[in-house]
Design a protein around this ligand. Structure first.
Ligand code: ARG
Length: 458
């Protein structure tokens, strides 16, 4: 017997039953469903809609059901379609007809919206912790590797020398913004939809503020039609998850590139790599590759839900049942990716020698030569031209800028003096860039300390 079959004269087709059911995935919401039902039952009693005795029985029954599910003693059935009806049916089974009073002044439409919000609140808190931890890992890595100088790139061409720490802090900053985005999203998730009924609220004298307090929601939704038809809070979360994955994917790509024989900038610990079944010499960076790959999967979930929602008339439509699998998979993928990424990074070593050597080719200090000329009064455009010629000369003669004799320098401009050598020593080039947010050691150290302090006090 179904909870709604009074109006029906034929039973549901078996295949339809399976197709229609969401219990295969929404069982994950059980604790939130029960938590919401307990708050609802308490409110019904407080407002004299049910008796205190009924409420006590309902609450006790729900608690037992929670224990049953947690002990693995609960049988979910497709016939009962979803988590809401599986639990309600079990309640009636356990405490009898009085269990049927729980659904007074409520619909599955506001119930499911509530469950997802409760779930997402928890998940946002967990993801936030993981993002914070990863930021700390990046900052610590930056701190211990502060000495390492490497080329910074644009267009994947060596551009200007920086510190590895500067590069790592760049990712910490991206994650910091992701954390802020999550905190902002949380505010919109943290709104109570229960009390919206199927779409048009209820005639019963319910107390929505009380339920909000019980469930620690900071706001109560202000339009019943909106509250049961809206999934934009999920879309917002998926958008942030996609952004976090995009950030992880970019660093993954760099680790993959940097661990190639062509770069040899990093060595990812064996525990995070795999071998080849045919080529004995191989050590493959599977973990960053998988994170890069899973990023596409998370983007897919975002696109799926946007597409699912775009043509739906208000209010609830069954299409919306499709909101959950992508969300659950996104949360699982995001959490494991963040966790494993931090562990992998902490077990990655950076090849100081190789990185420094890479700054010695590619004329990464060419800008510094131009700046040197500017310091001596040469207009920047003119300086750019002079250095361009010097670089061409070096390419033709297979030299680095630092190999040039003073005589060669003065052939390009008589402004050059002995002090050019100091001005273009790679370390000096980095540390001279000491403006706010620059790669100079002191500045990077300042930012690391500042960011650690912010995370610690959160
Ligand atoms: N299982 C449904 C879902 O996930 C719950 C809401 C069902 N409401 C309804 N009117 N059929 O969306």
């Amino acid at each position: 017997m179904k909870l709604w079959d009074g109006r029906f004269s034929e039973s549901t087709d078996q295949l339809v039953e399976e197709f229609n059911a969401s219990i295969g995935f929404d069982y994950k919401l059980y604790q939130y469903d029960i938590q919401g039902s307990i708050a609802h039952a308490k409110m019904l009693a407080k407002c004299d809609i049910i008796s205190v005795k009924d409420k006590d029985q309902i609450v006790a029954g729900l608690k037992e059901i929670l224990a049953e599910i947690e002990a693995g003693n609960f049988e979910f059935t497709v016939e009962l379609e979803d988590i809401h009806m599986n639990i309600e049916r079990r309640l009636i089974e356990k405490i009898g007809k009085v269990g049927g009073k729980l659904h007074t002044a409520r619909s599955r439409n506001d119930q499911v919206a509530l469950d997802i919000r409760l779930y997402l609140r928890d998940q946002i808190e967990q993801v936030t912790e993981l993002i914070k931890n990863l930021q700390l890992t990046l900052l610590e890595l930056a701190e211990v590797n502060i000495e390492i100088i490497m080329p910074g790139y644009t267009h994947l061409q060596r551009a200007q020398p920086i510190r590895l720490a500067h590069h790592l802090v760049a990712y910490q900053q991206k994650l910091k913004r992701d954390q802020q985005r999550l905190a902002d999203c949380y505010q919109r998730v943290n709104v109570l939809p229960l009390g919206s009924g199927a779409l048009a609220g209820t005639k019963f004298p319910i107390d929505r503020e009380y339920v909000a307090q019980e469930l620690k929601f900071s706001e109560v939704s202000q339009n019943s039609l909106d509250a049961v038809s809206d999934r934009d809070f999920i879309i917002e979360f998926l958008g942030i998850a996609a952004t976090v994955m995009m950030h992880l994917s970019r660093l993954s790509e760099e680790l993959i590139l940097w661990s190639s024989s062509e770069f040899e900038f990093v060595e990812i610990d064996d525990a995070f790599c795999t071998g080849s079944s045919i080529m004995p010499q191989k050590k493959n960076p599977d973990i960053p590759e998988l994170i890069r790959g899973k990023t596409g999967r998370v983007y897919g979930h975002l696109m799926q839900l946007l597409t699912t929602m775009k043509g739906l008339p208000l209010a609830y439509n069954k299409d919306m049942q499709e909101d959950k699998e992508g969300l659950f998979d996104t949360v699982d993928t995001l959490k494991i990716s963040l966790e494993i990424f931090g562990r992998m990074l902490a077990n990655t070593s950076f090849n100081q020698h190789q990185m420094k050597e890479a700054t010695e080719g590619g004329f990464v200090n060419a800008t510094d030569v131009a700046d040197y000329l500017v310091d001596k009064g040469v207009p920047f455009r003119e300086a750019h031209e002079i250095v361009g010629k010097a670089v061409l000369y070096c390419i033709e003669n297979k030299k680095n800028l630092s190999d040039l004799e003073l005589k060669e320098w003065t052939d390009f401009s008589d402004v050059f003096g002995e002090d050019i050598y100091d001005a273009i020593a790679i370390e000096n080039c980095v540390d001279a860039r000491d403006t706010i947010g620059g790669p100079a050691q002191e500045e990077v150290e300042r930012v690391i300390a500042q960011e650690k302090g912010i995370i610690d006090t959160e």
